[in-house]
Ligand binder design. Structure first.
Ligand SMILES: NC(=O)c1ccc[n+]([C@@H]2O[C@H](COP(=O)([O-])OP(=O)(O)OC[C@H]3O[C@@H](n4cnc5c(N)ncnc54)[C@H](O)[C@@H]3O)[C@@H](O)[C@H]2O)c1
Length: 324
């Protein structure tokens, strides 16, 4: 059970990838972090560089790479709208060519390979909460399609490599996850609110703020990804991973202002195109198959996230793209 494995984490220097690398290192595995630093920075993993079981490779996953590994977590992909819309063609290439490259490696090495898919495969859903069987409502030609359709195509590739080549795959569909090391300029709602509040700006709520989201703390998510990797081979997923607690964006804004002690006011801006109105995971399958459910309440996770944002110099982080 505790055999040391050689584990590749693509996108390993990102927000979620860096927490996953940390956990795998703690478990004693031999961890290779691969990243091109498009939406992250080396500081997310510099504290790991002295670990003898950690290795960092600067590489773009759209280009094939030859490595000998036992497991692959495929997280490389810009994930926030401002990041993935900056170069939409590169985004879909990263999902599709990245998937082909890690699947080819898994086939050759007979490695297990896990795809970090997303709740965005459900688009703007007509079904609440979203179970895995729901096929989604995605606009294939809209500004979010490069990400949503890229991730859908990656799922297709994973299933086809499984059916045609018996590659040992797993797919997790991640719902909104937050925590320390989110990029302060990624434009995601939690990082935006915290950054604005700590910098004494007003907090911008899109629309009337009545739209809802569910937020999962990063430690819970990492726990679920590792459980999925260790699950029996006949369980490929896709499986939803997220926190089913549902909050309006307005409630979130008020909580962030309270926790930061800021004097910010809430201001409203127009809703972005194709922004989903409600998003909430149905996690019955994860409970049943992985014996997993989230344990960190929103307030507690937000406190830790706010503490981390206070500990960094926000001005050291440059927006990776001009549109954030
Ligand atoms: N955080 C969430 O709420 C969430 C929700 C759903 C899915 N996901 C998925 O989880 C994964 C990680 O997301 P995150 O929130 O940590 O975002 P992130 O932007 O912090 O991490 C993505 C990482 O991938 C790297 N990357 C991007 N393109 C690359 C390429 N071509 N080659 C190599 N590396 C590349 C980036 O530099 C970054 O380090 C993504 O695949 C994302 O789609 C995240």
């Amino acid at each position: 059970m505790n055999r040391i494995k050689r584990v590749l984490v693509t996108g390993g220097a990102g927000f979620l990838g860096s927490h996953l690398c940390e956990r795998l290192i703690q478990q004693g595995h031999d961890v290779i972090c691969l990243d091109n630093f498009f939406t992250s920075q080396k500081s997310n993993v510099t504290h790991l560089l002295d670990c003898p079981n950690f290795e960092l490779i600067r590489h773009d996953i759209t280009v094939p790479i030859w490595l000998e590994v036992d497991e692959i977590f495929n997280l490389a992909c810009p994930a926030a709208p401002g990041h993935y819309q900056y170069n939409a063609i590169k985004t879909i290439k990263t999902s599709v060519m990245g998937a082909i490259n890690v699947l080819g490696m898994a086939k050759r090495c007979r490695a297990r390979v896990l795809q970090a898919s997303t709740s965005e495969v459900y688009g703007d859903p007509e079904v609440h909460p979203q179970p895995e069987e729901y096929r989604g409502s995605v606009n294939p030609i809209g500004p979010r399609a490069c990400y949503d359709e890229g991730k859908r195509a990656a799922e297709t590739l994973f299933m086809d490599y499984y059916r045609m080549n018996r590659v040992n795959i797993r797919i997790v569909r991640i719902f909104n996850t937050y925590g320390p090391r989110m990029h302060p300029y990624d434009g995601r709602v939690i990082s935006n609110f915290i950054r604005q509040a700590l910098q004494g700006e007003n907090v911008t709520v899109f629309g009337d703020g009545g739209q809802t989201r569910s937020f999962c703390y990063c430690d819970d998510l990492v726990d679920a990804m590792i459980r999925m990797m260790n699950a029996p081979d006949d369980f490929t997923g896709p499986v939803n991973i997220g926190n089913p607690g549902e909050f309006t964006i307005l409630e979130l804004a008020q909580l962030v202002i309270e926790l930061t002690g800021a004097s910010s006011k809430i201001v409203h801006a127009p809703l972005p195109q194709d922004d989903p109105n409600r998003r909430r995971p149905d996690i019955r399958l994860a409970r049943e198959k992985l014996d997993w459910e989230p344990t960190v309440p929103l307030r507690q996770g937000l406190e830790k996230t706010v503490d981390w944002f206070r500990s960094i110099r926000i001005e050291d982080y440059r927006p990776p793209t001009p549109r954030y």
